[in-house]
Design a protein around this ligand. Sequence first.
Ligand SMILES: Cc1cc2nc3c(=O)[nH]c(=O)nc-3n(C[C@H](O)[C@H](O)[C@H](O)COP(=O)(O)OP(=O)(O)OC[C@H]3O[C@@H](n4cnc5c(N)ncnc54)[C@H](O)[C@@H]3O)c2cc1C
Length: 1014
Amino acid sequence: MADSEQPLLSSTENREKHSVVVIGGGWSGIYALKYLLGEGLDAHLYESRSNIGGIWYFDENENVSGVYKSAHVTSSKTFLHASDFPFPKTIGEFPSHGEVLAYLHSYADHFKLWSNIHLNSKIVRVEPQWSLILNDGLKIIDCNYLVVCSGQHQIASDPRSSYPFNQFTGTFSHSITYKTPYDNKFINKRILVVGGGETASDLAVELSATIAKRVYMSIRGGQWFQARLLGQQPADIMYTMLMRLYGYYDTILVRCWRRIFFVPMWGVGGTGIREWTPTVPFLHGFINKSREIVDHVALNRVIPKRGIKTINEQLITFDKEENPIEIDHILLCTGFQWTHPFFSSTDIHDLYKLVFASGVDGTLAFVGTARPVFGSIPAMAELQARWVAAVFSGRRRLPSEKVMAKSRRAYWARHANLYPHDHKRLKQLVNLFEYSDVIGDELGVRVALFYLFFRHPRSWYRIYCASPWSPFLFRIGRLSSDDEKLAYQRHLACIPEKDQAFHRYNDVMLSAYIELDLQIRPFLRINTKTKHEELTTALGLNASSHPIIARGPVLIHSLDEDNDIYFEFETYEEFRKERLKLNYDSTLKLWYSLPNGLPTLDNNLVRRQTIKQQRARLRKMKFFAFYCTLFKKTFLKKKIQSKGFRLWNETLNVPTLEDESLYGIYKSMGRITTEFLNKGRRYDETISYEELFKAGRTVWFMIAFQMQLNLPLILTDSIFGYNMLYPYTDDLVDSNDVSREAKVDFAKLFHERLLIGEPTYDSQVHFDGKQSNVAELKLPSSLQSQANRIVKIFDMVKFIENDWKRGGEYEGVYMSLATIHESQMKSTLQHARTEDSYAPTMTQVEQVSAEKGGASLIAAGFLIEGRLTRAKIAYLEYLGFGLQLLDDLQDVKEDMKNNHRTIFTQTLAEGRPLDAPTARLIQYCYCAPAYEKFSDDQRTISDRKTGVTLAQYVRVSMMMFSVVLVLEAASRLQEYYSKEFYRELSSLSPFTFNDLKAARVEETLWAIVRNQWF
Ligand SMILES: Cc1cc2nc3c(=O)[nH]c(=O)nc-3n(C[C@H](O)[C@H](O)[C@H](O)COP(=O)(O)OP(=O)(O)OC[C@H]3O[C@@H](n4cnc5c(N)ncnc54)[C@H](O)[C@@H]3O)c2cc1C
């Protein structure tokens, strides 16, 4: 007979009556019993297992739910203390399961609970109001009040019988049965861990570090992570009481805070791992505190994946991927069901403040039901237990059923809104600060902050502004009795010792300002879009004069080229040959002639500074940022903008232009950047902001070319297509999932697509910017699995074809794109291999870098102008190589890891420091071609006082900005330089190297311009 069908005993022999019964002897049950007894109630606890401790009572038996052998708590001790019985000081910050169990035993000893605890007593059925049937049905307990503490982690949520898991033909297990990794089902197996919780990451780490062949970890909706430690302190205590001021959810201040701490410290989402980027805002979903997994991802022991798309026997394909992966075993860490099988009807998901059941006159309560986004279940359970005991003893009253029903409806509606991702799955999710205050109010035990502010301001300050949340707060009251003072002392003991991570506000203040502005802007309804006409007028340009805007038959403006000679060619071969000659002359020839030392002071663009001067400059910038935030919407706006431009020019050490022109440039760049991001998202909604940011770097260079040519500043289809094209091709060419054969086939196909075009191309029909249909692609069999990638690549070519007509004078556009692709393929020569001891020579590396760098910039030039003069090509080759070197310097660490040889990593591989190539790169930026003047420069507006043209200003600024980026990259590579050189190099920087590192110049500038910060 099923449990629920058992008849109730009629005899009274085995029947007992208590005032209150507690079901479950885990952490929550123990707390409930203690407080009920403390209120003088006749309370008894029934636990099905042979020990108290709940999941913390470890059992090797797979069929008993509980922790695994290596488990430690993930929330720190601060959140785990009982408010009147702290963990001993000798226990570490993150106790093991054995230590938690010992602590609970000593708690039961201390409060003399044992005589009211009944072990080996499973409640199999509960009848209202209230009779409980035990184990074999031969014993019944009656009671007036019932407290359910049977835990949230007892019954597995197991999706293996539903789609797509039911398609899997390998083996399965659930984390609930996991005890140790040493099990045949894991040994030497390809394991997929499914889930984003702490158990999932702990088990993935353990398996990958021990016996699994390969571990993949799939997190469907991404996940917020945070590390256990910040410096030497537990990271969760950084959520100080001050956070209440920020708000509990995704408020402006929380975002600033996230930007200040989270992202710089742990990366986007807390890991920086793209596949796990969370889809919900910070604090609107559970935070995983087992971040060791990130190290294992970095070591390539755990491979991060998003959700599962399809399963075909043992082949699993993940979202946003094409190629399936073979898996032997799926370890489901899919959580637990919040169910209570001993009830037949009670709706446990509709509790008043997650504690009291409805319709039973307040006689049924649940403890251990709140799961904070960060913090701990036991801390919330203790407050709940105190409240339940106070209500059952009559000390506190519940409102009427009607009021409770109304409150429940509002609660769940808000919950759905706050936790959209977890609302259905994790009804228990709460915010620690908010929830503990709610229950604290019910109990009347919230710390009297208002009172303390006037009577004990120092204590107020320490509690409110300089300490973490702790359970002791709910015993501090007005700090008058000895018990309250003792709780205060215990609370103070949770304050971390001075940790530098808590004292770095200054370094990151700038980011906070940017984020603040970003958030305030929409709120104030500030219009970031300036009309195109306004801008072009500001720049002295004439929008209607350029045919590309109208997207009609493509024409190019006529250059008054004077003595400039156009780059001529008949065939692609000729184009290549000629271009390579120009490439060598304007890049490597110059590079080889450069001295190895840093530039001397004779060049008036080079500026050396003392640390004092560098610090003063930074202070000035920070002050400006502050001043800007306060006054930019006032009559001082114009002054602020002029000051901003002057500061920028001063920092780069470039001659200035008139403010009006600079203002126009700034506005246009912001508008175009935003348009680019929007267009990118419209075309491909799966692309992430980071990918777009990377893709969009060349957008600014292309805008700079438009400026130099006196063209209207707009995001043309070709700018968009070009900037998106190479991330998509990189994705394919660099992917480890794509076979060598497929890559070769793709190279051929793409080359043809660029040089010949589509057979069906019709110049009158413009591509409408929507993703094409994959089914219409005709691909060889080796590329079938890459169709989704290839369709995007070909669409980008279509965007370019919208602007540049094929088969005429603009063939250079397509040929230049083909050369990029060729050099991209050639760059495989840069990969050193251990298998066959292949290592490139420095000459090879230099050649590939020069060709590759130059190719991408001449293509950018062709896409803006359609045709280029030889002088322009030479300049772009020069610039492209410089930018390539900058890129390579920025990526030194990653390239070292991947055995990718650039001029810098090759230098290191040859046992030399980076002094010489870095010095040469800086010399390179200061070389004559950077200051080249072209005949068409005169068409651009100039400063009436100095005569500097816009074109020249843009070119010089680009180079000087590159120098700053070179210095920024170098500042992070101290270990690769000699001490003297590093010191000398730092004197060229506008700020001290330490400040420069923290500034993240490129991202900051991108954010300022994109958001039109001032
Ligand atoms: C691996 C793992 C790690 C965790 N780490 C943390 C952490 O770091 N911080 C944190 O806050 N939380 C953590 N948790 C959550 C954990 O649930 C809580 O820490 C805490 O144990 C909750 O206590 P509880 O008493 O509510 O539930 P449990 O510990 O699950 O105890 C419930 C008890 O009820 C008993 N029971 C159930 N049904 C019956 C019945 N019908 N009759 C009689 N007895 C019954 C069970 O046998 C069990 O002893 C973790 C959970 C897991 C699985």
